[in-house]
Structures are given as structure tokens and as C-alpha cells.
Design a protein around this ligand. Structure first.
Ligand SMILES: *[C@@H]1O[C@H](CO)[C@@H](O)[C@H](O)[C@H]1NC(C)=O
Ligand SMILES: *[C@@H]1O[C@H](CO)[C@@H](O)[C@H](O)[C@H]1NC(C)=O
Ligand SMILES: *[C@@H]1O[C@H](CO)[C@@H](O)[C@H](O)[C@H]1NC(C)=O
Ligand SMILES: *[C@@H]1O[C@H](CO)[C@@H](O)[C@H](O)[C@H]1NC(C)=O
Length: 281
């Protein structure tokens, strides 16, 4: 519970976003309040640099996920990087470097920071957090972009299927596609950080969906991020073509729920971006 409290005294930095494009985006950051000069020293800085170097060097050698530690006792730093499963090695490397820049920008001298981008997730701390799932969730969506209720309920059901299927995938990453007839298609994606157990992965995704299902569930596009997992949903095929690496083993592909809809198609105007953040102990 100590580490939860550490995160509660944190500040958030969220940015406006665009969903429907093949580009990366800054989704927010969270740091411990302490820009603490009394405990920040050259050793901590050195260890953080060392962790960053190791993450950047290794993330693409391990299918887009790596953890590293450096230092001892009070100066020790734990770091984790994970790229979204469909992102290329060069985009993953670039996103990783971008995370370090964002950390320096928003979380300077913080011994604990989390940086969410669309394409990658960076977390580091002076306390061990590997394999620990913490209840936390953030969602981004456009309040005005409301979908047809029938399509929305099918979409939400598809995301429910992803929540139960993703933990069973080799890399705990999965996408899903739903055909809604004249309304086009809906696409979903879910991913857990690979330090989590499969059962915590399921809990993490389930928590995101139950926290935000009622607010995001009737929107045409949304994203939800937590510590340990993320989900994306859109009427646009927002992900890249990808193949599961051979050395990761193969899981059975998820069955997307099939839906058919014949109704009036309404175009939502993306004007207002609403973001919500929930944290519980
Ligand atoms: C913390 O250290 C930095 C760099 O040495 C310095 O610029 C800043 O003024 C210090 N802040 C406080 C509150 O002492
Ligand atoms: C991490 O750093 C914070 C701020 O300096 C400190 O209060 C806390 O005790 C440290 N935790 C560990 C495990 O060293
Ligand atoms: C790397 O990322 C930055 C920030 O997202 C972007 O501006 C730049 O174009 C990217 N570079 C490459 C080579 O993808
Ligand atoms: C993915 O593959 C399909 C079929 O080969 C192609 O039409 C589409 O443009 C590709 N999308 C991306 C983002 O590369």
C-alpha cells in the first residue's frame, strides 16, 4: 500500500490528443511530487541514465518490452519500457527516446515517474514495482462523438471479449475487429505490461473496462490507460499490420463478435476532448 500512497501524491499532465492517425501522441505523465533536491544526487541521476540506456538498447531485442535496475539501496532505480505490440522497431525506439525526453521535461528530479504515450509506456521508480498491479485508470474520449446505441453495445461486448482473451495471448497483446454493416467497423486493442502475471493482466483490463465502460462505452473512439495495461477502441483501423514474433509462441486468434447494423449513420464532430482520471487505493 505504501507505493499506492506514493502515487497519490502525484501530479498529472495530460494533453489534448488526436486518435485517428498513424502517429504517436503524448497521453500524460505522473510523477512523485518531490522534485527533491535533498535525496536527488549524482548517483540517482547516474542510475537513471544507466537504466534508460539499458531500456533503449534492449527493448527491441525483447519484443518491445524490457526492465532494468541500477544502483543500490536508497539510490536504486527500477525501470520498465513497453511498446504497443503493433509498433515497428524503429517507432518503438523513437517512442522510447521520446519517453525519456518527456520524463526530463515533466518529471525532472522525481524518483518515480510514469509516461504514457500512444505507442509506448515508461515507468521508473526508486521502489520495486515489477509484477505489481496497482489499481489506476485514465481514459480519454471525445464527449460529443456518441455512437449508435446498438453499435456501441456490440463494441463494448467486443472489448469485453478482448479483456478475457488478451491475458491468454503469448505477449498479452491482442486486437479485435467488429463488422457493424453500414456503420463500418469497430476496432479494439488491449495490452498488458509483460511483468504482470496473466491473472493480474485480466484484472487490470477488467478494471479499466468496468471503470470506464459506462462513460466510454457509447463513444465511437476512446483510449484507457492504467499502470500495467491499456486499451484502445475506434471506428478507424488505428493499428499497424503486425505479426506475432515466432519466438513468442502462437495463441489462437481472438474471435471478434460479429454484428450487423442497418440504421442511420451519424458523423460525430470531434470538438471537445474529455479526460477523466480515477485512482483508488
Ligand atoms: C535544486 O537543484 C537545482 C540544480 O542544482 C537548482 O537549480 C534548484 O534551485 C534547486 N532547488 C531547490 C528548491 O533547492
Ligand atoms: C524513494 O524516494 C522517496 C523520495 O526521495 C523516499 O521518500 C522513499 O523513501 C524512497 N523509497 C525507497 C524504497 O528508497
Ligand atoms: C520520433 O518521434 C518524434 C516525437 O513523436 C517525432 O516528431 C519524430 O518525427 C519521430 N522520428 C521518427 C524518425 O519517426
Ligand atoms: C495493412 O495491410 C493491408 C492489406 O495488406 C493494407 O491494405 C493496409 O494498407 C495495411 N495497413 C498499414 C497501416 O500498413
Amino acid at each position: 500500500m505504501e507505493s499506492c500512497q506514493l502515487i497519490l501524491i502525484a501530479f498529472l499532465f495530460l494533453r489534448s490528443l488526436s486518435y485517428a492517425d498513424y502517429s504517436n501522441g503524448d497521453r500524460g505523465s505522473m510523477c512523485t511530487a518531490g522534485k527533491d533536491n535533498s535525496t536527488w544526487n549524482n548517483a540517482v541521476q547516474h542510475n537513471l541514465n544507466s537504466v534508460f540506456n539499458a531500456l533503449e538498447l534492449n527493448v527491441n531485442l525483447h519484443n518491445g518490452f524490457y526492465t532494468d535496475t541500477a544502483g543500490e539501496k536508497s539510490d536504486k532505480i527500477f525501470g520498465l519500457i513497453q511498446c504497443r505490440g503493433d509498433v515497428s522497431a524503429s517507432n518503438c525506439a523513437n517512442c522510447t527516446r521520446e519517453s525519456f525526453k518527456l520524463a526530463a521535461e515533466h518529471c525532472d528530479r522525481s524518483k518515480s515517474a510514469t509516461i504514457w504515450q500512444k505507442w509506448c509506456f515508461l515507468q521508473y521508480s526508486n521502489q520495486s514495482f515489477f509484477g505489481v498491479w496497482e489499481k489506476s485508470a485514465m481514459a480519454t474520449y471525445d464527449d460529443t462523438d456518441v455512437d449508435d446505441p446498438f453499435v456501441a453495445s456490440k463494441g463494448l461486448a467486443m472489448m469485453g471479449t478482448l479483456v478475457s482473451g488478451t491475458p491468454k495471448e503469448p505477449l498479452m497483446f491482442a486486437v479485435s475487429e467488429l463488422d457493424v454493416g453500414r456503420s463500418g467497423k469497430r476496432y479494439g486493442m488491449a495490452q498488458c505490461t509483460r511483468d504482470l502475471s496473466r491473472s493480474d493482466c485480466g484484472k487490470c483490463l477488467d478494471y479499466l473496462l468496468t471503470s470506464f465502460g459506462t462513460t466510454t462505452g457509447h463513444k465511437r473512439e476512446w483510449e484507457a490507460y492504467g499502470l500495467g495495461c491499456s486499451m484502445w477502441y475506434s471506428n478507424y483501423r488505428f493499428y499497424f499490420n503486425f505479426s506475432t514474433p515466432k519466438n513468442a509462441g502462437l495463441g489462437s486468434p481472438l474471435n471478434a463478435a460479429q454484428g450487423r447494423w442497418t440504421g442511420r449513420f451519424e458523423v460525430g464532430i470531434m470538438t471537445l476532448i474529455t479526460m477523466a482520471f480515477l485512482m483508488f487505493l
